[in-house]
Design a protein around this ligand. Structure first.
Ligand SMILES: [Zn+2]
Length: 142
C-alpha cells in the first residue's frame, strides 16, 4: 500500500514538472474562492446565487489553469501585477500585525501634523513625543 502511494506521488511530481504551481496570486485566488463559496451559501436560488456560482467555477478553473500552466513568463507577470496592485493593502496588514504582536511593549501614536506612526515604549507615563519625520512635538500617555 505504501508503495502504491509512493508511485502515485512520483507520478504526480512528474506530472507537475515544468508546470507553474502556486504563488501569492494563486493563494489569493484560493482564499477569494472560499470567501465567495461562503457568501454564496446565503444566496441559494436567486440571480445573485447564480452569478456567485458561476464566479466560483470561473475562479476555480482559472486557479487550476494557472497551477498547471507551462507559461512561466505570463503567470509570473500576473503575480507581479497582483503584488503591485495590493502592495498598499498588504503593507497595511503587515504593520497592523506587527503592532498587534508588540502591543504589550509598545504603544503607537499618530503624529497630528503629518500622520506618521510613532512607536513608544509602554509604561513611561505622560511623555513628550517628537515626530521623527516632521519634528512636531506632542504629549501622550504610554
Ligand atoms: Zn510628523
Amino acid at each position: 500500500m505504501g508503495n502504491f502511494f509512493r508511485r502515485l506521488g512520483d507520478r504526480f511530481r512528474n506530472f507537475m514538472i515544468g508546470r507553474y504551481g502556486t504563488d501569492s496570486f494563486g493563494m489569493f485566488l484560493v482564499y477569494a474562492l472560499l470567501v465567495i463559496i461562503v457568501i454564496s451559501m446565503f444566496f441559494r436560488g436567486g440571480i445573485v446565487g447564480t452569478i456567485l456560482n458561476l464566479l466560483t467555477w470561473v475562479i476555480f478553473i482559472y486557479t487550476w489553469f494557472r497551477i498547471l500552466s507551462r507559461n512561466y513568463a505570463k503567470r509570473s507577470a500576473e503575480n507581479r501585477w497582483y503584488l503591485e496592485k495590493t502592495a498598499a493593502i498588504r503593507k497595511f496588514f503587515r504593520i497592523k500585525k506587527k503592532q498587534q504582536s508588540e502591543r504589550k511593549e509598545y504603544k503607537y501614536f499618530k503624529c497630528p501634523e503629518c500622520g506618521q506612526q510613532l512607536r513608544v515604549p509602554r509604561g513611561k507615563g505622560q511623555i513628550k513625543i517628537t515626530c521623527r519625520k516632521c519634528g512636531r512635538q506632542f504629549t501622550g500617555r504610554t
